[in-house]
Design a protein around this ligand. Structure first.
Ligand SMILES: [Zn+2]
Ligand SMILES: [Zn+2]
Length: 247
């Protein structure tokens, strides 16, 4: 049966070098519940290392964590990738890891990257360089994520920096995108006025939270049967009665 799920599909944890240090997976999950979310996608930059811990924390919290990652492509644009389950997220993580810019993170420049073990809760530093673009093209990302049964949603398309429209100036045709994300500072109406050519895509609004107090500031109401990546794709495409409501 279709029901409405309040979803924030773009939230970082302290694995992202630019995110606040208090964004442990547990703290993120607790904040999501406080603000009344039903679904959160954990989408760290170029890594999915905290998804398992967030899912473990959410299991008893009445919150669904959709495994995700915000990938920076070689065109220097950000794409939200959502995966069907933890094992597919791990496979995607391995693909992206092989395509990272070689080198180690420099915490003094980019920020700390902390990963929390799903079982033990032990926190350690991720040393890979997550702050730089990957060597994957937008086309690579879409093809590989789609093959894993996941969904691709270019991030914050209304922003000039690191967005598909900012970098390319258009959304290439023939890409199997689930939809597009607009950032929380613009509403649907304003987005369509400013970017009329995106009218053919399903739109989500998310917080892109880098601190706990930003979680849920952008939110989409998903009318779906179950909180899965596949249902989110149907909702973005307006298929089988599924739909997305944003302000
Ligand atoms: Zn981004
Ligand atoms: Zn982000």
């Amino acid at each position: 049966m279709l029901r409405a799920w309040a979803a924030d599909l773009h939230v970082h944890t302290f694995l992202s070098p630019c995110a606040s240090r208090d964004m442990s997976p547990g703290a993120v999950v607790r904040r999501c519940r406080e603000v009344g979310l039903d679904i959160v996608a954990i989408t760290d930059h170029n890594a999915a290392g905290n998804v398992a811990r967030a899912m473990a924390e959410a299991a008893t919290a009445g919150l669904v964590v959709v495994p995700g990652m915000e990938v920076c492509t070689r065109e220097e644009l950000h794409v939200l990738t959502l995966l069907p389950d933890l094992s597919r997220a791990a496979q995607w993580d391995a693909v992206v890891r092989r395509a990272l810019t070689p080198g180690e993170n420099v915490p003094e420049i980019f920020g700390e990257q902390w990963v929390q073990d799903a079982c033990t809760g032990v926190i350690s530093s991720e040393t890979a360089l997550l702050a730089a673009p990957t060597r994957l093209s937008l086309e690579d990302v879409v093809r590989k994520v789609t093959a894993l049964g996941g969904a691709c949603i270019p991030s914050h398309v209304d922003r000039a920096a690191f967005s598909i429209l900012g970098q390319l100036g258009f959304v290439p045709e023939g890409l199997d995108l689930a939809g597009l994300e607009i950032s929380r500072v613009v509403g649907r109406k304003e987005a369509l006025l400013r970017m009329p050519h995106i009218a053919g895509y399903g739109l989500v609004s998310s917080s892109d939270a880098h601190s706990l107090d930003e979680i849920g500031l952008g939110c989409s109401l998903l009318w779906i049967e179950a909180p899965t990546a596949a249902e989110i794709v149907l909702a973005l495409r307006g298929a089988l009665g599924r739909r997305v409501e944003i302000e």
